[in-house]
Design a protein around this ligand. Structure first.
Ligand code: ARG
Length: 271
């Protein structure tokens, strides 16, 4: 069965309404000839009826595991988006962050939901949805440590998750000042290394670092907030842009209905 996008159906309904009103008016205004029903190219999903999601599930409070159950802001949002699309969400077990884009293109999952910053370099590889979250970078150190400028990290080790915009920022801004950038495959590993004293600082997205620092109760601190103005998007395979369009429609509906806000408040309400 052919499916049509919601937007197109609405347009068709509107056209029909106009046509009907036109008929009733008794005037001779020429009406648009009956619209040839042009099907909107359909999006593809790997498994019929399901939206299969790839994520590293190690980025609280956006995506993490509670036992073996994925949870977090992105997880709730992705679940609501799938529901809006009439699909059931299916999270794969934790995936490696720095191969997520290659794997979505390889057809391992339909969509990447991993607090992925939208940028031009990545846009060459995948198709992003509209943004769903704003973020900045940050530097965390042990509580009590001080930082005022990159030069303070001269000769120090700075951890970052491999393949992230935080790693890129550290390489661009701290390495020239004499810091050594230490890549970790997972964010949690970078913070464990910081706690253990194996690195002196961690560069990572601020909302996540703030959450982790809070959990570490007084042991770590955010020493610098870096206004990079990043925006997160979900990413789909380069040859499946129709899926991004469908996700955008669902996202817009969730924003309009207030459900997006409810999910936001669940994870970020300041209390
Ligand atoms: N926003 C950053 C980026 O896109 C970090 C994302 C890391 N996400 C994760 N789930 N570990 O590079």
């Amino acid at each position: 069965m052919r499916k049509y996008s919601k937007a197109l159906s609405l347009v068709l309904v509107a056209l029909l309404a106009v046509a009907l009103v036109g008929c009733g008016g008794g005037t001779t205004t020429p009406t648009t000839p009956p619209a040839e029903e042009t099907p909107v190219a359909d999006y593809k999903v790997i498994t019929e009826g399901k939206l299969t999601v790839g994520s590293d599930l190690d980025f609280p409070p956006m995506e993490m595991l509670n036992g073996t159950t994925p949870e977090g802001f992105d997880v709730d949002l992705m679940t609501a988006i799938a529901e809006e699309m009439g699909l059931v969400v299916e999270y794969l077990p934790p995936q490696k962050f720095d191969t997520l884009l290659a794997e979505v293109n390889a057809g391992k999952f339909d969509v990447v939901a991993s607090s992925l910053t939208i940028n031009d370099e990545r846009k060459k590889e995948v198709v992003f949805t509209d943004s769903y979250f704003d973020s900045n970078q940050s530097i965390a150190m042990k509580a009590g440590a001080t930082y005022s400028a990159p030069a303070d990290l001269k000769g120090k080790k700075v951890g970052a998750q491999s393949g992230t915009t935080g790693e890129a920022w550290a390489t661009e801004n701290l390495k020239p000042a004499g810091a050594t950038i230490v890549p970790f495959s997972k964010t949690s590993e970078a913070f464990s290394a910081l706690e253990a004293g194996n690195v002196d600082a961690v560069v990572n997205d601020l909302p996540i670092t703030a959450d982790i620092v809070k959990q570490k109760a007084g042991k770590l601190a955010v020493v610098s907030e870096i206004p990079t103005g990043e925006q997160y998007g979900f990413a789909v395979a380069i040859e499946n842009p129709e899926l991004a369009t469908a996700i955008n429609e669902a996202l817009a509906a969730l924003k309009a209905s207030g459900e997006y806000q409810t999910i936001y408040d669940k994870w970020f309400a300041t209390k």
